[in-house]
Write a protein that binds this ligand. Structure first.
Ligand SMILES: [Zn+2]
Length: 272
């Protein structure tokens, strides 16, 4: 199978959202990856440089998956990624292992790493988990809302509008997901934030597989209504709006398809 990794890795690094990139590394992921290459085997720059270079490759792949530039089922060819990033095989494998832990990549023995294809059942489980966690987080944030947090949410909503206005669907999908991550960050629970990050990335993959044609990512007015409820410190409304919003996203997917991941052995063996 052809790989799109050559295109995806550097492009994704260039588009890495600034908040996440800043958190991982003061430099952009792209710079970090470029700087890391010559020092790969040197060791003198210490573990910090290596860790940030690994993080940069991880973020490049993560954003490529979130922006649908790497589609479910795509094989991630180790050699190509080594060539493109200048990183060692060991480092690329480390990144694959992390993405596999987050269920975004599936490692198949003797065949390599593939972008995961969540099944219909897994998709439903992700939304079920999001429905449990995110309304409570929205309520929590409404209780802790500050003018600075609300400004930051509105700035993010504006970035979503800009992406929509210029018809940049890839950015729209990523920014919609990041809105949910931003809410979780602001709610101030690190464990739930990590969980939401993983579920949002998985949702992006699920959308590539099960989106009905022409269905939008997150409806922009629903994010704005959420921000309004948070600004008004109306916890009950924030919670209800988030529950409704998640229902709408799930409703925009076609999860009625038979789950191709689970073979129907009954029909295989009963049909002569
Ligand atoms: Zn949303």
């Amino acid at each position: 199978m052809a790989t799109t990794s050559k295109k995806a890795a550097p492009g994704a690094a260039a588009k890495a959202p600034r908040r996440a990139a800043a958190k991982a590394n003061p430099k952009t992921p792209q710079k970090a990856a470029a700087n890391a290459a010559p020092n790969d085997e040197a060791g003198a720059e210490g573990a910090v440089g290596e860790a940030s270079a690994t993080e940069a490759i991880y973020l490049s792949l993560l954003y490529a998956i979130m922006e649908h530039r790497l589609l479910a089922g795509t094989k991630l060819v180790e050699e190509r990624l080594c060539e493109v990033t200048g990183a060692s095989r060991a480092r690329i494998r480390q990144v694959f292992a992390r993405l596999a832990h987050e269920k975004l990549v599936t490692l198949v023995p003797n065949r390599g790493a593939f972008v995961s294809s969540p099944s219909v059942d897994e998709a439903r489980e992700v939304f079920q988990a999001r429905r449990v966690v995110e309304p409570a987080l929205a309520a929590e944030l409404a209780q802790r809302a500050t003018p600075a947090k609300v400004r930051s949410l509105r700035r993010h909503a504006m970035e979503e509008d800009n992406a929509r206005a210029r018809g940049d669907r890839a950015a729209m999908i990523r920014l919609s997901g990041e809105f949910h991550i931003l809410l979780a960050e602001m709610a101030g629970n690190a464990i739930l934030e990590k969980l939401i990050r993983e579920m949002v990335s998985l949702t992006c993959l699920i959308i590539t597989l099960y989106d009905r044609p022409g269905a939008p990512a997150c409806a922009e007015h629903e994010h704005r209504q959420l921000i309004d409820a948070i600004e008004q410190r109306d916890a009950a409304r924030a919670s209800a709006l988030m529950a409704e919003h998640l229902e709408h996203i799930e409703g925009s997917l076609d999860l009625s398809l038979p789950d191709s991941g689970t073979p129907d052995f009954y029909s295989i063996f009963s049909k002569g």
